[in-house]
Design a protein around this ligand. Structure first.
Ligand code: SAH
Length: 394
């Protein structure tokens, strides 16, 4: 068994059960990509078993803090069993479910989503890459499913020195799937869709928007960065009169329209606009248009803290415009999925957008990701999605 020894004082985060070892913390030792290493303190004390990543700034990711544990096939089967068990404890109103959420489930570098009869897996670390066939077999055995598609095309693989890979690991066939989510159905494509095919993390926030739409019967809604129309369908199903959906991706908009039809909704209630959100918001303001409710769910502006300042300006800009476009009493669902922008900072950004807009608003709710994307106390990085529901003062 190979060992990596940390520099003096660098054991602190591991003692708090944070699962990452950064390159600067390592005094000596090394191993092959994905190989299990014993991580020890400067004094030689056992800290963890971890997967080594020779090219990544995150030099090792912890499998276990228990010295007695062996990192083998049985270990991975047990970790997967526990993650699956946890999903039965959460209230998940969908057959599109995140089964494994990386670090939060003790499996750093592994994401597995289930879309009906099909599993989609993303292996983003040297450790999960090395154990891919063991992990895949355990997933198939324990779910009893026969279809497993690999979506290891996340850009973070480059940081690990891994190339992008996609394709069937088990089973084969068409890649379109329809999931049932709360009271609606949504079609997605596991090969072409973002992430593993869809934004499952927004499931319960779409349900909140559905409930707000039921309660307020918004006449006109604007869904910005609509992707394949999840929030659009939720609002229309809830009784919103018309939802204008904006995205700069034509295939996403085509799927959004198909999803409106799939739910038996008249497409006249769902105009689609292929455009840049920022430019559109400015245009609407010039034209004096107003909306009863707006959703802002932009892509990740700040993947890491280093991008936070620029991202803050971008978030502030669209939030200011959106607040100005709301009627008094109007409702804004605003989100950030940037790991580099924490909940407090996001809150401040939105508050200062309100000041710039000259708009006073109630903060009615704070939102996060759905429970199958849960974070744990020892891994705060797991909290990437945060949202606020603002109500413009009447
Ligand atoms: N709300 C969606 C997920 C949004 S993902 C859901 O619930 O499923 C972000 C989307 O923003 C992507 O579809 C991407 O195509 C779109 N996008 C990124 N930059 C954009 C821009 N400047 N203008 C319009 N759309 C943009």
């Amino acid at each position: 068994m190979k060992t990596i020894r940390l520099r003096a004082g660098k054991e602190k985060s591991l003692l708090r059960r944070h699962p990452w070892v950064f390159d600067g913390a390592v005094a000596r030792g090394g191993a092959d990509a994905g190989e299990t290493v014993r991580v020890e303190s400067d004094a030689g004390q056992f800290l963890a078993w971890a997967a080594f990543s020779p090219n990544s700034r995150i030099r090792a990711r912890v499998w276990s803090f228990d010295q007695a544990e062996r990192i083998d096939t049985a270990f991975f089967a047990e970790r997967i069993a526990r993650a699956l068990k946890a999903r039965t404890l959460f209230d998940i109103q969908s057959d599109g479910v995140r089964l494994i959420h990386g670090e939060s489930d003790g499996l750093p570098g592994l994401v597995v989503d289930r879309y009906g009869d099909t599993l989609v897996a993303q292996f983003t670390s040297c450790g999960t890459e090395r154990w891919k066939s063991v992990l895949s077999q355990a997933l198939l055995d324990q779910t009893g499913l026969q279809h497993l598609y690999e979506r290891s095309d996340a850009s973070v693989r480059q940081l690990e020195g891994l190339s992008e890979v996609t394709g069937w690991l088990a089973g084969a066939g068409p890649t379109a799937r329809v999931i049932r989510e709360h009271g609606w159905r949504l079609e997605l494509d596991i090969a072409q869709g973002h992430k593993t095919g869809f934004y499952l993390d927004q499931r319960d926030n779409r349900q909140r928007f559905f409930q707000w739409s039921q309660h307020r019967r918004f006449a006109s809604v604007l869904n910005c960065f609509c992707y394949t129309g999840g929030f659009t369908v939720a609002a229309l199903a809830g009784g919103a009169g018309q939802v204008l959906s904006i995205d700069s991706s034509a295939p996403a908009l085509a799927q959004a329209l198909a999803n409106v039809r799939l739910n038996g909704i008249d497409e006249a209630r769902a105009p689609m606009l292929d455009a840049d959100v920022n430019a559109s918001l400015r245009q609407f303001l010039k034209e004096g248009r107003r909306f009863d409710a707006i959703v802002l769910d932009p892509p990740k502006f700040a993947p890491t803290v280093a991008h936070a300042e620029r991202a803050a300006r971008a978030y502030k800009d669209i939030n200011r415009l959106a607040l100005q476009l709301l009627v008094p009493g109007g409702v804004l669902f605003t989100f950030s999925c940037s790991g580099g922008v924490g909940a407090d900072l996001f809150h401040k950004i939105v508050a200062s957008a309100g000041i710039d807009a000259g708009v006073d608003a109630y903060i009615s709710e704070r939102l996060g990701s759905a429970p199958d994307h849960a974070m744990t106390v020892s891994f705060p990085e797991g909290e990437y999605l945060k949202g606020l529901v603002l109500v413009r003062k009447p």
